[in-house]
Ligand binder design. Sequence first.
Ligand code: ZN
Length: 120
Amino acid sequence: MLKCEICGKEIENSQYHGNILCSSRCFTINFWREIIAEKDKHIIIHGECYCDGGENAPGAFRGFSGRRFWIRFKDGSTLTTNNLWYQGKIPDEFRDELPDTAEFYTPDHIRFANNLKTPF
Ligand SMILES: [Zn+2]
C-alpha cells in the first residue's frame, strides 16, 4: 500500500509522476505547496503564477510560443523575457502565501511603435 503524501490516505497506486498522491485535489495542493516552497522563482501577477524559463534558453519549446513579455516587480526592478511559462491561477486558499509580486507593462518604445501602426 502507498500513502498519499498530502492527506495520508492509503492507495493501491499513484497515477502521478514523482509523487504519491491520491487525487487531483491532493495533486493541486502538492503543486501549489511546491511553488510556495520556492516562491522566489515564480512571478505572480493578478493572482496568476508564471515562471521565467530564461531568455533564449536552449531547447525548442518556449513559453507562450516565444512571445515577449515585460514585467515590473513591486520593488521596481524589471524583467523582459521571451520564455515565460504560465502555471495557472492560484486557488484562493493559497493566495495569502502567494501574493502578487509584479505586473505586466509595455515599455515606452514599444507603445510608440504600436501607435505608428495604427493609421487613424
Ligand atoms: Zn490525498
